[in-house]
Design a protein around this ligand. Structure first.
Ligand code: SAM
Length: 270
């Protein structure tokens, strides 16, 4: 096992533990998060506190969700942090973030996320997008490229469409493996997700939109017409003005919403 010991803690691979150790990167991320007392500040996976300590320095209260019981015990015993933290031990994927909402205060959520759960966690957090002001996450660089991709790019896919449906996506910073202990095998990057107050293209039922995107991107090399057979026909594509011979990665978020809304209308009319 090559899992390095940092501050007396052996990094657990199964919890995706790569601890941030580069002070310059840490302060850039804290600057990007812009912590304040006007929002409910929430960190996912505080670990040994690399981001937790400098953020808690600036504000009165910080809520954290951490899966690793040993790390939770360390945080509870931390001489400075223990008075400022509200600690939830558990899986962020199962966590109901609405319980953190306070009257009139939206959340600012951040974290250096375990890479093995980052995509499902994004999807989980999108469900709470209306209560979130900003999200800042350290992710695999490849995932940040997918989140921020434009139609026509190789990285453009289901995650892109769903993320850009809910949020404006802004890549913030690239972070090489040497900034972590132990270093991950891949490059990382920080992304800022800004949930829309008013969605530019609202969908009547986001579950349908998710299903349609999954179906459309099932076979990336096939045409839209082929992948969405059974959901939309030639007349539907014509009514929407969408060329059904295009591949799924050539279709904009707005067009995915239009397709989902038409499918919903058709289903409710029957
Ligand atoms: N924030 C620390 C840092 O930047 O050094 C730790 C980052 S480490 C990449 C990911 C952290 O998320 C670890 O502390 C790990 O135990 C925690 N974690 C892993 N899976 C989790 C889950 N499902 N829910 C909440 N926390 C999780």
């Amino acid at each position: 096992m090559s899992n390095k010991v940092h501050l007396g803690h052996t990094a657990r691979k199964r919890f995706g533990q790569n601890f941030l150790t580069d002070e310059g990167v840490i302060s850039s991320i804290v600057g990007a998060i812009s912590p304040d007392n006007d929002h409910v500040m929430v960190e996912i996976g505080p670990g040994l506190g690399a981001l937790t300590e400098p953020v808690a320095d600036i504000i009165d209260n910080l809520t954290v969700v951490e899966l690793d019981r040993d790390l939770v015990e360390r945080l509870k015993a931390h001489p400075i942090l223990k008075d400022k933290l509200t600690i939830h031990q558990g899986d962020a994927l199962q966590f109901d973030f609405t319980q953190l909402a306070q009257d009139g205060k939206k959340m600012k959520v951040f974290g250096n996320l375990p890479y093995n759960i980052s995509t499902p966690l994004m999807f989980h957090l999108f469900e709470f997008a209306e209560q979130i002001e900003t999200m800042h996450f350290m992710l695999q660089k490849e995932v940040v490229l997918r989140l921020s991709a434009s139609p026509g790019c190789k990285a453009y896919g289901r995650l892109t469409v769903m993320a850009q449906y809910y949020c404006q996506v802004v890549p913030v910073l690239e972070v090489p493996p040497g900034c972590f202990t132990p270093p991950p095998k891949v490059d990382s990057a920080v992304v800022r997700l800004l949930p829309y107050e008013q969605k530019p293209w609202p969908c009547k039922d986001v579950t349908v939109m998710r299903h349609l995107c999954t179906t459309a991107f099932n076979m990336r090399r096939k045409t839209l017409r082929n992948n969405l057979k059974g959901m939309l026909d030639d007349d539907d594509f014509a009514a929407l003005g969408i060329d059904s011979t295009l591949r799924p990665e050539q279709i904009s978020v707005e067009q995915y919403v239009a397709m989902a809304n038409l499918f919903i209308d058709k289903s409710t009319a029957n």
